[in-house]
Design a protein around this ligand. Structure first.
Ligand SMILES: [Zn+2]
Length: 216
């Protein structure tokens, strides 16, 4: 049984996820922790639950999702895995972090490039990788078939979709990713979003105004 814990961090209200299973092994996805108290929240949860963090994952590398990358890598001596196309975005963060109010941003590199058809394993758990670009060029999502959930990053939100006006964003590509990848999952798959509450594939198919748009 996989436990999904989320924390909301920073002015962007970014959702950081810690997944763990009964073996105690866990992965941290999109650590938005920056302030001391936010970092303590993560380490407190990990130690209280006796978790062994075995990997750090980024759905994509916008600043709000990567602020705590270096801290987590150092603290737990783990590697960071994300898509190759996110590497330039991650490198760019240090050039604008101060302007966004994060002068103490500490850089960390992607150690392992992962792509669709790869899987991420921890404990007895497998996460499949979906390539869902559009919000950013190398955006990936982590899907668990057994428990029917997807850590979706900033692709699909409850009643909304990711913005596409940031560098590397493309609206048509995003809509295509949603229809071809996410909407091919079952209706009862829960989507844990990069911001805001979780939702389901069925709910968004039915009521998301952006997803009524079909690209040819
Ligand atoms: Zn983003």
């Amino acid at each position: 049984m996989i436990k999904i814990q989320s924390f909301v961090f920073g002015p962007f209200m970014e959702n950081t996820y810690i997944l763990s299973d009964e073996t105690g092994e866990s992965v941290i996805i999109d650590p938005g922790c920056y302030e001391r108290g936010e970092k303590d929240t993560i380490t407190g949860y990990v130690s209280t639950n006796n978790l062994k963090v075995v990997k750090l994952l980024n759905t994509h590398c916008h600043i709000d999702h990567v602020l705590g990358n270096d801290f987590i890598k150092e603290k737990y001596q783990v590697t960071l895995a994300s898509h190759e196309k996110e590497a330039p975005l991650l490198k760019a963060v240090k050039t604008y972090a101060s302007n966004y109010g994060f002068p103490n941003y500490s850089e960390a590199e992607i150690d392992e490039f992962i792509d669709e058809n790869d899987t991420v394993k921890f404990g007895q758990t497998q996460l499949e990788i979906l390539f869902v670009p559009g919000h950013s060029p190398g955006h990936i999502a982590f899907y668990n078939r057994e428990q029917k959930f997807c850590i979706g990053g900033d692709v699909l939100f409850q009643g909304s979709i990711g913005r596409t006006d940031l560098p590397g964003g493309d609206f048509n590509t995003l809509i295509q990713s949603i229809h071809q990848k996410l909407f091919s999952l079952d209706n009862d798959v829960t989507v844990y979003c990069g911001h805001g509450p979780s939702t389901t594939i069925g709910e968004e198919k039915k009521s998301n105004p952006f997803c009524a748009i079909h690209m040819a």
